[in-house]
Design a binder for this molecule. Sequence first.
Ligand code: 5GP
Length: 206
Amino acid sequence: MKRKGIIIVVSGFSGAGKGTIMKALTAKYDDYALSISATTRDPRPGEENGREYFFVSNEEFEKLIKENGLIEHAGYVNHYYGTPRKFVEDKLSQGIDVILEIEIQGALQIKEQYQDAVLLFVMPPSAAELRNRLKGRGTETDEVIAQRLQRARDEAVGIENYDYIVINDNLDRAVEQVHEIIQSAHMAPSRNQEFINTIRNELNEL
Ligand code: 5GP
């Protein structure tokens, strides 16, 4: 039975640790392809073009939108972010699950286009812990941290649109939970209609 690839959308407040979970998940299991987004924000120290993001100019980003090269895009704290279409479509057609680590407006655009997508929201164990993690990163100015905390308040309103929450208290446990959620999703009857029909036909022929 050929398995169909699923789009897994992972959102979470800035600093909730979704990037760390995704890195650990893809290092542990080779079942998943991680989509690399395009963004107009500047690279942080240590980030590389084509690894964390494709860092592009405003003009380049607008060209991508015009050419229908993105499956979703959104503005986030003064910058654009978007998911390149080709990578996602190629992986899905190969039966590979694709993970999109994107914010909530993009997540809702994906849910509209791909009803089959599974949406996860990564939460910190507490709000104070979220602020500590943002400060501890040391790469963000106080002003940007304040903007990101405000954005977290706004995004918290939309969590019920997601299928699952994952609490990032312990990294290994969070990684296992994400893996189990995705593997369980593959076992839904709606994703196995062909197999169900085959067994039904076989039963009728016994
Ligand atoms: P950061 O600047 O911290 O890397 O990302 C800021 C926010 O943008 C995060 O919530 C991240 O998940 C989100 N983001 C990253 N790539 C995309 C994308 O392609 N589309 C959307 N809608 N959000 C994205």
